[in-house]
Design a protein around this ligand. Structure first.
Ligand code: GAR
Length: 213
């Protein structure tokens, strides 16, 4: 008898290449999760087409039809919870979320970000890494806490900077790594291998009982 797969809702804002990596992994018979729905805050984006091609339900919750963040996030919660997900994945979802939203999905909300957090939260991470003179850059998957692009780290991939790199060449190499680490983190979560431990000050992610990073 096959085990039940963890239902996952993926939130996107655009291209959806990370979503594609998740969809591709979910197609493997041994995958412990399934994508129940994809929700975009922008209509007409390529990520929605990717979901439709894979016969996954899609919804649009357009931030432009909401007067404020509270109302947008409440609508988002209603649409996500219709699918009763065990995990919500922000895969290129480019909206700042309210504390109420983050609290609602506490310990079951993860994000991918194109930098070695806590370095370079926010936008333009690749150019900022180049400008900083850093020798390496990368990507992080983390549980989401209230501040932008922050929360306990699950997995990171490091990418060395190469001579002549510009933001585009660097972004392409980082993106390859994103596509590798995001499905991996979702699998770990679905397999029940992740836990968040707190020592009163800092939180850290444990994988199979050992520090994940
Ligand atoms: C990805 O690089 C993702 O890490 C980034 O947006 C891109 C979306 O690409 N997310 C953030 O910057 C979140 N702060 P995709 O739509 O092709 O997956």
């Amino acid at each position: 008898m096959s085990k039940e797969k963890l239902p996952v809702v993926v939130l996107i804002s655009g291209r959806g290449s990370n979503l594609q990596a998740i969809i591709d992994d979910a197609e493997n018979a041994d995958c412990p999760f399934e994508v129940s729905a994809v929700i975009s805050n922008r209509p007409g984006v390529a990520g929605l087409e990717r979901a439709q091609r894979a016969n996954i339900s899609t919804r649009i919750v357009d931030h432009k039809s909401h007067a404020n963040r509270e109302s947008f996030d409440a609508a988002l919660i209603e649409n996500i919870d219709a699918y009763q997900p065990g995990l919500v994945v922000l895969a290129g979802f480019m909206r700042v979320l309210t504390a109420d939203f983050v609290k609602h999905y506490e310990e079951r909300l993860i994000n991918i970000h194109p930098s070695l957090l806590p370095e370079f939260p926010g936008l333009d991470t690749h150019q900022r890494a180049i400008d900083s003179g850093a020798r390496e850059h990368g990507a992080s998957v983390h549980f989401v806490s209230c501040a932008l692009d922050s929360g306990p780290l699950i997995v990171q991939a490091r990418v060395p900077l190469e001579t002549g790199d510009d933001a585009e060449t660097l972004a392409a190499r980082v993106l390859e790594q994103e596509h590798r680490i995001l499905p991996r983190a979702i699998r770990w979560f679905a397999e029940g291998r992740l836990a968040i431990e707190s020592d009163g000050e800092a939180e850290r992610v444990m994988l199979d009982g050992n520090p994940a990073l």
